[in-house]
Design a protein around this ligand. Sequence first.
Ligand code: F6P
Length: 531
Amino acid sequence: MEPACMVDPTTLHSQLIAHAASLKEQSLQSLFDSDPQRVATLILEAAGLVLDVSKQRIDQRALELMIARFEALEVDFAINEMFSGALINRTEGRAVLHTALRDHNSVGDAETKSAIAQSQRASDTLANQIRSAERTGATGRPLRAIVHIGIGGSDLGPRLMADALRYFRDPRMTLRFVANVDPADINDALHGLDPETTLVVMVSKSFGTQETLLNANVAREWLASALGPEAAGKHMVAVSANTEAARAYGIAPEAILGFGDYIGGRFSLWSAVSFSLSVAFGPEVMARLRAGAAMLDHHFRSAPPSQNIVWLKAITDIWNRNYLGYSTRAVVPYAKALALLPQYLQQLEMESNGKSCKADGTALDMRTAAVVWGAEGSNAQHAFFQHLHQSPDVTPVDLIGVMKDRENNPHSTQVLQANMLAQAQALMLGQQDSMDRHRHFSGDRPSTLLFVEDLDPEALGALIALHEHKVYLEALYWGINAFDQFGVELGKQLAKHTLSSLQSEDEATGAHHDPSTQWHLGRLRSARGSA
Ligand code: F6P
């Protein structure tokens, strides 16, 4: 057979399809039986993470073909382009430099390097001033409650970190998050707080997001009605790439933290977007997070594909999506601290790669991002695991665990870990019962085990960076731009028109909506009238 590396991407794609068809005929157990090296080659460790894809329906040949196709697509060049600051987000004419936030030296351009260092310094200085009470609220009391207002990438990363790094929280600080425009969200967040000791942190890359601006208005009024409009300003910080708009909104210039437009929203947690955490946890915790991510970046760039956890994760997920035809992937963190990981990954993966056209604007002929869904284990075992084990639809599962027990309860931790391992075994081995279909488990259901050695800031940084780079590799495989998100725009525009129809008293205003929407608008108007 011709060496895989000499072949073009289309031929390799056909070879992968053929190989997948033959692998589908084999049980997962037989893949272990036929390859004594399977555990050694399909379990990799890096940057405090252990990745085990040995229970996936994949083998050496599949890995080689996938790596060859990646090479034929010249992904090395594209990876270097990202790290060096080339304008790889071509549809928006932007560089993609979240990696430079973790290692300033990775980017060549001196101006960008110094802008990043300056923005980090400004965020750390302000955080330290608040923590030390050098900067206080309007009445001189220390600011000890942080209300972080933002949505999407301006929310999910910081919120995940706040949960995951629970053991590093400064006990003096209260940290709450508001994302939803549902007024219940901001009301809950402000409930019980003292305006004199509360800092509101508005986070929006664009500074034009409806939900964030509306919630910030409510918070500002809440502050102003207790402290007066002038004093309210001392209790607000804005984080944005659009510092002009933040100034126009009325935030004091010294309370605005900027970052470059080369930081994508869903990749922005490494920037001042996580300022609330710098205040609540301390800037040094954020520095450790970035250091962990930088370690993973180094591994990604230096380890050969077959020994690289990013490559192995990307290959497995692409293989499942494009060659085995699985349209969803469940993510089940066996750690309360990582309960928000599935939501975080939903945005990272689906907003980045849920696309139907290539970066050059031509139509795609491959499926792209799988639907990511999931919830924390072991709770999830009592919710959707029935489906995972016995539904005719097979769903690959990522089971994510933590090795070190930080709760000082070795027994419960071992029960949790045993459950995680047991589920992966049950999914793979199944249980034959030819007499009773109800109790029959087909098995042969693929899963990935991912262990974090210790859930400290470094490991969390590495875990997130692993998924970020996986998303980039997938995008390169599919030929798409992972860094724009035009798909979210239409709904936003229609919401504006729909709001003016809803608010109008004139029934005819909504006539341009479809009949179902018109019906609901009428119903909502009359419910409002009768309230
Ligand atoms: O609606 C999608 C989106 O643009 C995300 O990409 C982004 O993370 C989120 O909205 C919030 O945007 P911003 O930070 O500009 O408020």
